[in-house]
Design a protein. Structure first.
Length: 132
């Protein structure tokens, strides 16, 4: 068995595990003549309730339960994202998936209590793995 430090073998492993994604350039079509109503938080939550948790994910490959949890945790962020997409006429193609997600902005809105819970869980996992 060849050593995994051989450059060609390493390159082949990396390309298999992490295939290159195609670049997408989306034109933004704006029609300022039409006044588009804003998406409300109630509309977004109603849409979340209609989506079933155990259905197969769409082309974005995000499980429905994960998406619903993220929307509930950052409702304002998702509402603003949908509003912006509608106002700017930005609709990602089916190949790309239907969700625009900005992780940095999401994590800035995570309540401190959730961060504390996650850090405690990580601490618990680390202490458990050290005992083994």
């Amino acid at each position: 068995m060849p050593s995994p430090t051989i450059p060609k073998l390493l390159q082949k492993i990396v390309t298999e595990l992490f295939p290159q994604q195609r670049q997408f350039d989306y034109p933004i079509a704006q029609d300022v003549s039409e006044d588009i109503p804003a998406v409300t938080e109630k509309e977004l939550m109603d849409a979340c309730k209609r989506v079933e948790n155990n259905k197969v994910p769409g082309l974005d490959e995000i499980p429905n339960i994960a998406l619903k949890t993220a929307i509930k945790a950052a409702l304002t962020l998702f509402t603003k994202t949908y509003d912006t997409c509608l106002k700017e006429g930005y609709f990602p193609s089916r190949e790309f998936g239907a969700w625009c997600f900005q992780a940095r902005e999401y994590w800035q809105q995570v309540p401190p209590s959730l961060e504390y819970t996650q850090s405690k869980q990580l601490g618990l996992l680390n202490s458990t793995s050290e005992k083994n």
